[in-house]
Write a protein that binds this ligand. Structure first.
Ligand SMILES: [Zn+2]
Length: 128
């Protein structure tokens, strides 16, 4: 039986969010073949194994896509606009989304930082 970790656990206890609270970027890797997973999976995208474990990434990534958010998705983000969001490819392979310093460009090498936003800790990349 497959239970979605996202719906089964309170947000703060999700391994990815828990990692951010501890100042770590986490990703899943396969316990059988070692493949790093992009996005959260319930089975390995390479070999189909369900033995997936969360690991800490080194926090260094390459910017894959950049966007500037001018309109806040909700009230809590209104004080931050305009802000920069990136999709960044961790050196370990998976892509993660996070805030970034203004002016970052596709291909820039960035390092993960963290900031408190309300009750949560969010990812913010800065140039290396
Ligand atoms: Zn695998």
């Amino acid at each position: 039986m497959a239970i979605s970790a996202e719906s089964a656990l309170p947000e703060g206890l999700h391994p990815y969010a828990e990692g951010l609270e501890a100042g770590r970027v986490r990703y899943q890797s396969c316990g059988d073949c070692g493949a790093a997973q992009s996005l959260e999976r319930h089975a390995c995208q390479r070999c189909g194994s369900v033995r997936l474990a969360w690991r800490d990434a080194a926090g260094v990534a390459t910017v894959y896509a950049v966007t500037t958010v001018a309109r806040a998705p909700d009230d809590s983000f209104r004080t931050l606009v305009p802000y920069t969001l990136v999709l960044a490819t961790l050196d370990e392979g998976p892509r993660v989304m996070g805030h970034a310093e203004p002016g970052v460009a596709i291909g820039d090498r960035v390092r993960a930082g963290f900031f408190r936003h309300g009750e949560r800790t969010l990812l913010r990349f800065e140039r290396e």
